[in-house]
Design a protein around this ligand. Structure first.
Ligand code: MN3
Length: 199
């Protein structure tokens, strides 16, 4: 039972006016995300992971003690990460719902302080990876950064918001300016209703 590439939840050009171009979407979704689907399916074919959910494979193949994760983990985790990433953005105007805003204030002091922490995590991730707003098992919120395909599921956390800081995510639109990509992501691209729905 092979995994498939989900369609984007909006048109390829839907975010272009907000800083994520059609060209980025074509490369990022149609080529990069699709490659994780193809390579992930090839990695699990004929193994005990065939037929398991993405989440089960991610948790089951993550090795906290390894210097480098396996190809199975890397591709399946990146498949899941991108499935979430597209849903976490949107073309419309989006305001932070009240319950989420209250949680951000409670955990970070202010929405502005949360954005500063999130951007710093993304800018501070050396090399490829992600930055995340997560919910811990005790209900508290935190900002983390992860390398390559590692995601919050590996640590028993819920991913509320994730931003891809691999160069393929921003180099077409922002070249080397990762911090500008991050601030634009937070200020213009995030679908806050989707983030709140994950709480
Ligand atoms: Mn990516």
């Amino acid at each position: 039972m092979a995994f498939t590439l989900p369609d984007l939840p909006y048109a390829h050009d839907a975010l272009a006016s907000k800083g994520m171009s059609t060209e980025t979407m074509e490369f990022h979704h149609d080529f990069h995300h699709n490659a994780y689907v193809t390579n992930g399916n090839a990695a699990i074919a004929g193994t005990t992971w065939d037929g398991k959910s993405l989440e089960e494979i991610i948790v089951g193949t993550y090795d906290a003690s390894a210097v480098a994760q396996s190809g199975t983990f890397n591709n399946i985790s990146q498949l899941w990460n991108h499935n979430q990433f597209w849903e976490m953005m949107g073309p419309g105007e989006s305001k932070i719902p009240g319950a989420l805003e209250a949680a951000l204030v409670e955990n970070f002091g202010s929405v502005s302080s949360f954005k500063t922490a999130f951007s710093a995590a993304g800018a501070g991730q050396f090399g490829s990876g992600w930055c995340w707003l997560v919910k811990n098992a005790d209900g508290s919120l935190a900002v983390i950064k992860t390398e390559n395909g590692v995601n919050p599921l590996c640590f028993g956390q819920t991913a509320l918001l994730g931003c891809d800081v691999w160069e393929h995510s921003y180099y077409i639109d922002f070249r080397n300016k990762r911090p500008v990509y991050l601030s634009n992501f937070l200020d213009n691209l995030v679908n806050w209703e989707n983030v709140a729905s994950r709480m």
